[in-house]
Design a binder for this molecule. Structure first.
Ligand code: COA
Ligand code: ZN
Length: 303
């Protein structure tokens, strides 16, 4: 066995926020439950954001209320600012994802702040979360390339990562928000991160816009990363990053890792049921690139 890899399914948040069809909180809860039934132990279930900015995430408190408590499972919610953190805490969130930016353009588009202002807000959230006993993932958005400002200097990402790991973030997630990174860039940045910090608290988040999602995950695996975001049925796209497609599909990631000898703890047959539910609910989830093969293989084994 090559070891264990942890997958955090971000479909119910990243995946749903820009779908043409908006799901009701009860439908989002169904999707999360189907992921838990497949063995996922980390799911990003919503965001405490302005419902005017992201209408699809309205009712995140209802989603949490239906799901909590879930012993042994980390349900994370995204918080874009201090107000979002306060709302998440009031809703009983035990794990939050705060966002840092590799560019001015993306900070402006996402939260109408300067990059440094967003970082100051993130430090406030992290301090409060540590005092409140809330787990924190610090995600660095557009860590490779920004749709507004272009390529991002890796040294900036290394500085941000070092700062938030030193401040005590439970996890530092490097996000290719628009799916522009190539495996060589990923290998270089992830190696530098592992050399400085070890891999225990590091994670990656790749979109599959240019079909390099799995190759990028492989590059990060080779650097020692063992935690990845992925999205059921490849749902996704950021409403503030034009041209972005979904995250790399959870079923493709699980298939690749298991074939390579890693244990993910995920039951593929049930994961395919979750992917089918994601497609039924949204009507637009693309499904993983291996969907046809996976469905044929697992159906023939079930017969
Ligand atoms: N949750 C809910 N409401 C929020 C909020 C939050 N986290 N933060 C601010 N608001 C409300 C304010 O109370 C205010 O409401 P009001 O007009 O009824 O008084 C309104 O939103 C505008 O607040 P303001 O501080 O002027 O913010 P803004 O209009 O510049 O918008 C954000 C900033 C952060 C609220 C908004 O851009 C946002 O929610 N962005 C999230 C983007 C996102 O989720 N991207 C994808 C994930 S990375
Ligand atoms: Zn994303």
């Amino acid at each position: 066995m090559a070891g264990t890899v942890t997958i955090n399914d971000v479909g119910p948040r990243d995946g749903l926020q820009s779908q043409p069809k908006m799901l009701l909180p009860a439908e989002r809860v169904r999707l999360v439950r189907s992921l838990l039934a497949a063995g996922l132990r980390h799911v990003e279930v919503g965001a405490f954001v302005s419902p005017r900015a992201v209408p699809a995430m309205a009712g995140a408190e209802e989603v949490l209320a239906s799901l909590l408590p879930t012993p042994g499972v980390t349900l994370t919610v995204l918080v874009p600012n201090v107000k979002g953190y306060e709302l998440a805490l009031a809703a009983g969130a035990g794990s939050v994802c705060l966002v840092l930016y590799g560019s001015e353009g993306m900070a402006q588009a996402n939260v109408r702040m300067r990059r440094a202002e967003a970082e100051t807000a993130a430090v406030q959230i992290l301090d409060r979360a540590r005092a409140d006993g809330v787990r924190v993932t610090a995600t660095v958005a557009v860590a490779f390339e920004c749709p507004y400002d272009g390529p991002v200097d890796p040294s900036l990402i290394l500085d941000i990562a070092a700062r938030f790991l030193e401040l005590g973030a439970d996890e530092l997630c490097v996000a290719d928000t628009i799916g522009a990174a190539n495996p060589r860039q990923v290998r270089s940045l992830t190696r530098a991160l592992v050399d400085r910090h070890g891999a225990d608290r590091l994670a990656c988040h790749f979109h599959d816009t240019r079909a390099m999602g799995l190759a990028n995950i492989f590059a990060a695996i080779e650097s020692g990363f063992r935690k990845f975001d992925a999205s059921i049925a490849g749902l996704g796209g950021c409403p503030f990053a034009p041209g972005t497609s979904g995250n790399v599909a959870t079923e493709d990631v699980v298939m690749m890792l298991e074939q390579m000898g890693f244990a993910t703890g995920i039951d593929m047959a049930r994961l395919l049921q979750a992917a089918e539910l994601a497609r039924d609910l949204t009507g637009t989830a693309p499904g993983g690139r291996a969907a046809a093969w996976l469905n044929r293989y697992y159906r023939s084994r079930a017969n």
